[in-house]
Structure formats: C-alpha cells, structure tokens
Design a protein around this ligand. Sequence first.
Ligand code: HEM
Length: 138
Amino acid sequence: MTMNIELLEQSFSTVKASSADFTKTFYANLFADYPEVEPLFANAHMEAQGQKLFDSLVLTIDSLRKPDVLTATLKGLGTRHIKYGVLPQHYPMVGSSLLKSLESALGTDWTEEVKQAWIEAYTAVAQLMLDGADKLES
Ligand code: HEM
C-alpha cells in the first residue's frame, strides 16, 4: 500500500480535534446524498456508530506505518460488513461522503494534494475490506 502517510496524519489531526461534529456531518452527508443506505443503519445507535467509525479511522491512520496489522484488521472488518447488509457498490458512496466531510472540516487545508492522499487511502482501505468480504463468500 503506498500512501502519503504524513499528509494523512497531518490533515487527520485537525479532524480528530472535533470528532463528534465530524461524524455527525459524515452521516448527514451520507444519508442526504445516498438515502438508499440509511435503512442499513436501522438497528444502529447512531452516536455509538459514529464513535466506532471514527475509532476505526483513528486505528487506520495510526496503523499506516504497520501494514500487516492494518491488512488483517480491515479484512476482518470487511467480512463483518456482509452481515450488516453492505454491498460492494456502497463503498464508493461512503468514500464520497467521507471526502465531502473532510473537505468541510479542513477548509483551506483541503488542498488537491490532501484530497489525492485521502482518495488513495480510502480506495486501499475499501479494497482490503472487499478482499475480506470475498473470503467469506468463497
Ligand atoms: C472504510 C470503510 C468503512 C469503515 C472503516 C467502517 C467501519 C465500521 C465499524 C468500525 C463498524 C462497527 C462494527 C464492526 O466493527 O464490525 C461498522 C458497522 C457498520 N457499517 Fe461500516 N465501515 C465502512 C464502510 C461501510 C459501508 C460502505 C457501509 C454501507 C453503507 C457501512 C455500513 C455499516 C453498517 C450498516 C454497520 C452496522 C451498524 C449497526 O447495525 O450497528 N460501512 N462500520
């Protein structure tokens, strides 16, 4: 996995400082742009859900320098997402809402370079989760 780790760490430290607002914005963006995924979260306690999503982002960013740990964690997470009713086509939706939320959180710090770093990171994370999802089906 090649990622611009320093840029990701730097930009994420800004978001970390306001994690509750960030996750709220993220789900608001996701459900406004892709109402079809809202039913998947019918049984979720949204505040706890936001915290879990944020924790896994923290874990991902913290593990960027430990690719073995990251790979195993994300494959396991992807396997569990099958049980939540998540399909491969939902991943780009979450990715686009994530980028939108990062953009509003970072303001002028959301540069083209930062954007590219997050696109690459999310694509790699989603691919590992989907690899984990395939494993269960085969
Ligand atoms: C980078 C991608 C993603 C990350 C890091 C992530 C992270 C998480 C985490 C940490 C949990 C808590 C449960 C667990 O650990 O198994 C969770 C649950 C869940 N995620 Fe994701 N997720 C991602 C993508 C998606 C996508 C694409 C969808 C579909 C729209 C989705 C929908 C859900 C649902 C429905 C639950 C269960 C909620 C509940 O009923 O409690 N996730 N996710």
